[in-house]
Design a protein around this ligand. Structure first.
Ligand code: GLU
Length: 596
């Protein structure tokens, strides 16, 4: 009973959020008509970028023109995003970055960690019940140790070409001179006002004295962020992790009046990014798909789905009249259920949990996926249970569905064939709704993440079995972020970079971009423009207003509980073709692709 109530309340919160997002998207799309720059044909010959805001893409191009590497451009773009898309990602958060240098692939983990004083009771109320999502999010409680800057700095030591300080110039200039509030930023300020206005720094920066968000086109300056970025550009990431900036973050987290957290200055000093081994999986005859290993669940879930789909009879029959066909959607959402069941059971920080059968690849083993695919029948299974790869019996309980949304994805390919695919996040839209001015005393600042709410709020199930992704000190919360690079199997050449924000939807959006481009032969933009679809092992979810009645009828007749949701992806894709680099940016957000 308690379980179904909790699942129900998580679902209601989720739907409320999705509706808010839908409104934001509708406003954004209306305001963007005639404003958004699109990918300019012909394809780019030298380099290309794709990011969630035109100013970020422009900063990337500026750095590439100056001789910067793909990683240099990614850093400059990320610093601009901290300023112009503050609701999604930034220096107060974390990221996963894949880097291809033309020969080998590296996976950089800048995920937040739980403070040393965090424990598995963190999100439980005194009566033992889990907190409501926003109760946990707003304030200091869910703030994890930010990982972005340390990770970027270490990657820069290996792959940077321009000096670190140069990469901060575009963002510092914009923060000082100001940038125009975009339609999406404005709509997110409206949607997030209730909680964001409780933070005095955010209220003063983003809202007029009477409380309205600054209008579209308003020139927004952020002197505190400019000052913090200048200090980091001169002194390196240490300036952020020790001293006045660190002290200010810690104080704001620990002294939060309503919801204090446990971050300490020692946690910041101790933060270390991790270099992990990317997971690479063959897909069909042609492709090798590389993505992020745990603590991300992204690559495992995506490749489980793609790996199961090849065993189902609809292969090649996916698109009908330009839309995913109902029978293909049946197969896709069924394999989604199976993949999300494994995700809930198994995936968590590999420093804390053992992979099933000793190896995460057991979840991708061809025999295992064949067996799992055989569970898909003509009627929907409704919800799936986790499988047992190679006979493995898990001692863990599955995690219940929770909210996880926000985030930004960018790609860069440079003139030397180096590629970056990075997904970056402060977790929820507006993160912890808590800003730090870095101790500068100037107006403005940067937002702190609420990444700890990506842990399971409940440490155990009703029988007392532990949940793999429960809160533990020093642990990294499970993620859905799926930066992805695809290579040709025949000669190992890079062909595509993709990824998206969108919480667990990231997994479906990224899968759609792979299927659309590499299986159905669409351009990146056509693939992104397809309506979104998927299941998180509950109802079948279809993007609102994008599918005909007949699709609902067929799916319902096959036993699906179908729900329409806004499903706001933010896909950015770059692809190498015989003509050069082409790309796509998600019309549901404000991103652009630029190249030369
Ligand atoms: N925090 C989520 C994750 O790491 C991402 C949130 C989002 O994309 O909106 O999986």
């Amino acid at each position: 009973m308690a379980w179904s109530l909790m699942a129900q309340s998580a679902k209601m919160q989720c739907c409320r959020w999705l509706l808010q997002q839908g409104l934001a998207v509708a406003l954004t799309l209306l305001a963007l008509a005639g404003w958004r720059t699109a990918w300019a044909e012909p394809p780019a010959k030298r380099f290309a970028v794709a990011a969630a805001h035109p100013l970020a893409s422009q900063a990337g191009i500026q750095i590439l023109r100056a001789g910067g590497s793909a990683l240099d451009a990614a850093i400059a773009m990320q610093m601009v995003l901290t300023l112009v898309e503050p609701q999604a990602s930034g220096i107060g958060g974390g990221a996963f970055l894949l880097h291809w240098d033309g020969r080998s692939i590296e996976a950089w983990d800048g995920r937040e960690t739980a403070p040393a004083q965090a424990d598995e009771q963190l999100f439980l109320q005194p009566d033992g019940r889990p907190m409501q999502f926003m109760q946990a999010v707003v304030g200091g409680r869910a703030v994890g140790v930010p990982g972005l800057l340390r990770m970027l700095e270490q990657a820069h030591r290996q792959h940077g070409r321009l000096p670190w300080g140069r990469l901060f110039e575009p963002a510092i200039q914009l923060a000082e001179k100001g940038f125009a509030v975009s339609p999406r930023l404005h709509s997110q300020l409206l949607a997030g006002a209730e909680h964001l206005q409780k933070d005095p720094l955010a209220r003063a920066l983003y809202y007029a004295p009477q409380g309205q968000p600054h209008p579209v086109g308003y020139r927004l300056r952020n002197p505190a962020l400019a000052q913090v970025l200048r200090q980091v550009s001169q002194g390196g990431s240490d300036v952020f992790y020790r001293g006045p900036i660190a002290a200010d973050m810690v104080q704001r987290v620990r002294k939060h009046a309503l919801n204090p957290g446990r971050l300490s200055e020692q946690d910041l000093v101790d933060y270390r990014p991790r270099q992990r081994t990317a997971l690479c999986t063959d897909w069909r005859e042609l492709w090798r798909v590389c993505g992020f290993p745990p603590p991300s669940s992204g690559h495992l879930a995506i490749m489980q789905m793609l790996g199961m789909l090849v065993h189902l009879p609809d292969l090649g029959m996916g698109l009908k009249d330009g839309l995913p066909s109902p029978s293909w959607l049946h197969d896709y959402t069924e394999v989604s259920r199976l993949a999300f069941a494994d995700r809930a059971q198994y995936v968590a920080d590999p420093d804390f949990v053992e992979p099933p059968a000793g190896d995460w690849r057991s979840l991708l083993a061809p025999d295992y996926l064949r067996q799992r695919a055989a569970l898909v029948g003509p009627h929907s299974m409704g919800s799936a249970s986790a499988g047992q790869p190679a006979g493995w019996r898990s001692a863990y309980a599955p995690q219940l569905a929770q909210e996880e949304y926000g985030t930004s994805h960018l790609n860069v390919v440079d003139g030397q064939g180096r590629v970056v695919s990075m997904t970056s996040t402060i977790e929820a839209v507006w993160g912890a709704h808590l800003m730090s001015d870095g101790g500068t005393g100037l107006p403005g600042g940067f937002l702190l993440n609420n990444q700890l709410t990506d842990f399971s709020f409940l440490p155990t199930d009703a029988q007392g079995r532990p949940i793999a992704n429960r809160v533990q000190a020093g642990k990294r919360p499970r993620s859905s972020m799926s930066p992805t690079l695809v290579f040709r199997r025949s000669d190992g050449a890079w062909v595509l970079s993709t990824g998206s924000p969108g919480g667990p939807g990231i997994i479906h959006y990224t899968a759609k971009s792979l299927i659309g481009t590499l299986q159905w032969g669409l351009s990146p933009q056509q693939a992104i423009d397809l309506p979104n679809f998927g299941s998180f092992n509950g109802p079948t979810l279809l993007e609102q207003g994008r599918f005909p009645r007949a699709t609902f009828d067929v799916l319902k007749a096959r036993g699906h509980q179908v729900e329409e949701v806004p499903f706001v992806s933010g896909l950015h894709v770059l692809q190498e073709t015989a003509q050069g680099f082409v790309g796509g940016a998600d019309p549901r957000r404000e991103g652009v692709v630029l190249g030369e």
